[in-house]
Write a protein that binds this ligand. Structure first.
Ligand SMILES: *Cc1c(COP(=O)(O)O)cnc(C)c1O
Length: 418
């Protein structure tokens, strides 16, 4: 990384001048904690007692037998408190906020997972929290909105633009420009303006640090490949970072192939070769955009992967051929999920199941003496509604429809409260 936060041609910091002081303070504090062993020990301590870290590396015995190839291991980020890797970053940034003497944190959220993680660390550290969420997403992910409010956060539906994640990011940045003296912006993934890609990767690197130690203990040697799904890129960079210097370990990022490589039907910025260099939301990276540079619609069954941009660090690592990119379609993901559930008795999130689908497709390329690791970025309990859509289970769909109607009714009853 260059001093200005560039990874090759990607990255940087494209923000309004009014935010310069906020970013200067954040960069200085980040530089400071990177030198501070005590900060990292405190971070690990909180994660141990609050989130249940270290998370296990589980041997997938029956999947291994089923494919007859390499030994398959799963890194269990699904066992974190609140059910995903998101808490690693939210907790680290809440500690940063405290160190900068801020009393309030704000966040953007798409599917709501990062909003929930931010809301609960705010409760834990006694900070006020505001979460910006596109009103379209508020509607689609109401269960998470309900959770955020119960943790005491204010949830602000954003009515501008397409009323989804990118509009929530813009709204959060606008808030920050007016409030940074008391407020820290907890960005949820390894993209956005410098120093966020480096900062979020720094906290999420705990995943790979643990994994590398665990696999060496279990196997006595490094794995052949490590697979992770890629939305903004934080869980992938988190598990990849510790293996980066090990040139023989192949790192594979799996994007959302949605309904296939047609424009507008997926969120595979790199694997389908359709992402073009551009600047949006404060950073330069590969974005899915039309000829005029307007962002195009993305689509995936997995809400957490449904994003037009990607971490500038991953765009760079792809170009340098250190990380290989693949895409898994919705159909492959639904099939992979069924296999994981029936062979291993666990429920990965639809996002994480992309990593399984990518790995299953190329299982024959590794030999029996090798091992591979799949990162389970989160648990799938939140996804039953979408899974029902994916499997086209009529009975289930009817049930979900009734539930959805009930949600909407409870929502109109709930507004104004909390
Ligand atoms: C948010 C989310 C993702 C995608 O975000 P990354 O920053 O790419 O990791 C993946 N899996 C789960 C479970 C998520 O909640």
């Amino acid at each position: 990384m260059s001093a200005n936060g560039y990874y090759g041609p990607y990255g940087g910091m494209f923000i309004p001048e009014i935010l310069f002081p906020a970013f200067d303070e954040l960069k200085a504090t980040f530089a400071d904690i990177q030198q501070d062993q005590i900060f990292w020990q405190d971070y690990q301590g909180y994660l141990a007692t609050f989130s249940g870290r270290p998370t296990p590396l589980t041997y997938a015995e029956r999947l291994t037998a089923y494919f007859g190839g390499p030994r398959v291991y799963m890194k269990r980020e699904d066992l974190n408190h609140s059910g995903a890797h998101k808490l690693n970053n939210a907790l680290g940034q809440a500690m940063l906020a405290k160190r900068m003497n801020k009393t309030r944190i704000i966040a953007e959220t798409g599917a709501g997972q990062h909003g929930v993680a931010t809301a609960l660390v705010a409760a834990k550290f006694g900070l006020n929290a505001t979460v910006y969420m596109g009103s379209e997403d508020v509607e689609r992910q109401y269960a998470n909105v309900f959770w955020m409010k119960r943790f005491g956060a204010e949830v602000v539906p954003v009515e501008t633009g397409s009323r989804t994640l990118k509009d929530a990011i813009n709204a959060a940045l606008r808030d920050w420009a007016a409030s940074f003296e008391t407020t820290h912006y907890v960005l949820g993934t390894a993209s956005g303006p410098h120093p966020f890609p480096a900062l979020v990767t720094f906290f999420q690197a705990i995943i790979g640090n643990e994994t590398r130690e665990q696999i060496l203990r279990l196997e006595g040697k490094l794995p052949k490949r490590v697979y992770a799904c890629v939305g903004g890129g934080s869980n992938a960079l988190g598990i990849f970072k510790a293996f980066m210097p090990d040139e023989d370990v192949e790192l594979v990022g799996v994007e959302a192939g949605g309904e296939g490589p047609m424009v507008g039907k997926h969120a595979a910025r790199i694997a389908y070769g359709q992402g073009k260099i551009g600047i949006a939301q404060g950073y330069k990276s590969l974005f899915l955009q039309d000829e005029d540079g307007q962002m195009v619609e993305t689509y995936s069954l997995a809400a957490g992967l449904d994003y037009t941009g990607v971490s500038p660090l991953l765009a760079h690592l792809s170009e340098r051929k250190r990380v290989r990119f693949e895409a898994a379609t919705n159909e492959e993901v639904v099939n992979a999920l069924q296999l994981v559930m029936t062979k291993e008795g666990i429920v990965p999130a639809l996002e994480s199941t992309h990593a399984f689908a990518g790995a299953f497709r190329e299982m024959k390329q590794c030999s029996e003496g090798d091992s591979i690791i799949i990162n389970i970025s989160g648990r799938g309990d939140k996804d039953i509604f979408n899974i029902a859509e994916g499997v086209r289970d009529e009975e289930w769909k009817a049930f979900i429809q009734r539930k959805h109607t009930q949600y909407q009714q409870s929502r109109s009853g709930d507004s104004g409260k909390a």
